[in-house]
Every structure is written in C-alpha cells, then in structure tokens.
Design a protein around this ligand. Structure first.
Ligand SMILES: CC(C)(COP(=O)(O)OP(=O)(O)OC[C@H]1O[C@@H](n2cnc3c(N)ncnc32)[C@H](O)[C@@H]1OP(=O)(O)O)[C@@H](O)C(=O)NCCC(=O)NCCS
Length: 300
C-alpha cells in the first residue's frame, strides 16, 4: 500500500497503526459498531468485507479503535462507509486520519457516502458536498392492503442468477455506476422480485437479512407504481417482522406505501459526494430508472 498519509497516529495515550480490515477478528468489528449503537451483525460486517476494502486503527495490543471502508465500482467511483471511532476516543482526529488513508487508496475516484449528523462537519472539511437526505424507515411490517398487481402487460417474477445481467444494467442506469460485484453478492443473499415488460427488466427489489431483521434494497424502478409492485411482496413476506428501507424519496406514492407498511421514520443521514454526478431520485420527471431504496447506507 503506497500512501503519503502516516501509517501511525497517537490517539490520546495510544499509538495506533492502520491495519487492513481483513486482518482483524470479525468480533472486534462487531464490538466497534455495537459501541456506537449500530445494528450490524457480524455477518453484515463479513458481507461488507467480501464486497469492499477497509482499514482499522489498531493499538499496540491489537484493540480496534476505529474503522473506514470503501467500495469501488468500475475504475472511477467508490462509496465510503463504516466510518466509526470508538466512543471514548472520539474528537482526537482518528476518523480524519482513517478517511485520509481511505482517500489515498481511492485516488482518482469520485466518492459518495451517507453521513450521520456526527460526521457531517468532518466530511465537509474534507471537501464533500451535501446532495440529498436519506430517510431511514423501519418497523414491524404490515400489509397496507391487497398486494398490488402489476399493470397489464407486465410480468412480476422471482429473480434468479439468470437475471444478474438485467439487474446490473438497470441498477447502473439508476445509480450512475456499474456495481456487478456487489449485485452478484447481493443477489446471492437476497430474495428478489423483478418486473418484466416485453422481456425487458423495468423494476426490481431485493430483500436480505440485515441488522435487526430484513432490509429491502436496492429497489430500482422508473415510477412509483412499479417500485411498489416489486417491493410489496417483501412487505407481505415479512409481515409482523422487523423490516427496514433506506430511501432518498421525500414524497409520493412509494413513500406513502412504505409508511403505510409500518415503516416509520427512524433517522436521516445526508448523502455527500466528492466529484462526480449524483442522480437525485426525487427527480422522477424523465421516466428514467431511479434508486428507490439503497442497498445500505454504506453501500449506497
Ligand atoms: C463521526 C465519527 C466517526 C467521528 O470520529 P472522530 O474520530 O471523533 O473524528 P475526528 O476526531 O477525526 O474529527 C471529529 C472532530 O474532532 C476534531 N479533532 C480532530 N483532531 C482533534 C484533536 N487532536 N483534538 C481535538 N479535536 C480534534 C475534528 O476537527 C472534528 O471536529 P469537527 O467535527 O468540529 O470538525 C465518530 O463520532 C463516530 O464514530 N460516530 C458514531 C458513528 C458515526 O456516526 N459514523 C459516521 C458514519 S458516516
């Protein structure tokens, strides 16, 4: 790893070293996120390590004091996430140091992340600009009525491996970058529904175990009705269970559907970017596919 950022940092009384995230025990990462009240399971960390890269700040006796991850897509784009500093060691420069190291690994790439309130100022100071709000909605899922039928001429199907090409193609149009590796891994872990018209995939929604229950995302569609048609079977399948959706959408039928499915607003984060174009899904005027729900806050 070539980097001009120092490989060690004195944090309080600790001398920390940057270590590849693959080299630490999963349980240490799990303890780090539990320490800041995040719901990730050890399996969620392992999934993120499988699809991305990261570093941790390690002290002399091998304790993990902080983390930062990045998820490259193609040659010029990455999302950044899982930026955490152990609570007792915050405001000492750890996250800034980890971010600068992540920057040097992501050199030449446009970056996007979803910032908590605690982290927004840090990212602004690193040159990120705010783009849009993400609404984290969650709760006990309930059916808000009959599961909507697809419109005439459309075919709602369970997705399988054969749909990977169609899913990655549609996702790339909405997300602005091709995420083949990530979507291959997500399809493997998820139940997915796709809406086909004339043999062409026009909308899809994946749902997988995550955190306290299940998470619906990504969801991609060109209009609210199609987004509801592909997401509704997941709500029905998890009725009475904990379900979560992270969405940029601030209003419209999809929002109403999510709220009436029992998923109340829990928190918001801010999508921020450094370089590149952010395709805001709140602009749905062009009939183009948009990302109705995120794969997760770290993955975008
Ligand atoms: C957000 C978070 C990662 C920040 O981590 P951190 O290690 O405290 O961050 P830093 O110390 O690098 O920077 C935080 C602040 O401390 C200041 N700081 C940096 N070095 C400092 C030093 N030596 N002495 C005092 N303050 C310092 C920074 O200027 C920054 O101040 P600002 O926010 O007013 O600009 C941490 O609060 C956290 O883990 N929160 C919970 C999880 C979370 O929300 N993660 C963000 C996901 S997007």
């Amino acid at each position: 790893m070539k980097s001009r950022v120092s490989n060690s940092l004195t944090i309080d009384a600790f001398e920390a070293r940057a270590v590849d995230i693959d080299k630490v025990e999963l349980e240490q990462l799990h303890a780090l996120s539990i320490g800041v009240g995040w719901p990730h399971r050890a399996e969620d960390w392992q999934f993120l390590r499988d699809v991305g890269h990261g570093i941790v700040a390690h002290d002399e006796i091998g304790r993990v004091l902080g983390s930062a991850m990045w998820f490259p897509h193609g040659s010029d784009f990455a999302t950044v996430g899982m930026v955490i500093t152990s609570p007792r060691l915050q405001a000492l420069g750890t996250a800034q140091w980890l971010m600068k190291r992540a920057f040097s690994e992501c050199k030449g790439r446009n970056l996007r992340l979803n910032a908590t309130r605690a982290a927004r100022k840090l990212y602004l100071s690193l040159g990120f600009r705010s783009e849009s709000t993400v609404f984290q909605r969650q709760g006990e899922a309930r059916r808000s009525g009959e599961t909507p039928d697809p419109l005439a001429g459309a075919d709602l199907r369970r997705l399988g491996d054969a749909d990977l090409g169609a899913v990655t193609g549609l996702d790339a149009r909405a997300f602005g970058a091709s995420r083949v590796k990530l979507l291959t891994a997500l399809l493997d872990q998820s139940v997915g529904f796709g809406l086909y018209r004339d043999g062409r995939l026009e909308a899809f929604a994946l749902c997988r175990p995550f955190g306290r229950g299940h998470l619906v995302g990504p969801v991609v569609a060109s209009n609210d009705k199609d987004a509801i048609v592909v997401a509704a079977p997941h709500v029905a399948a998890h009725e009475g269970e904990f379900l979560r959706v992270d969405t940029h959408l601030a209003e419209g039928e999809f929002c109403t559907f999510v709220a009436s499915s029992g998923l109340a607003l829990f928190d918001t984060v801010t999508t921020m970017s450094l370089g590149g174009t952010f395709l805001n899904p709140n602009d749905r005027s062009g009939g183009m596919p948009v990302t109705y729900a995120l794969a997760s806050q770290a993955l975008g």
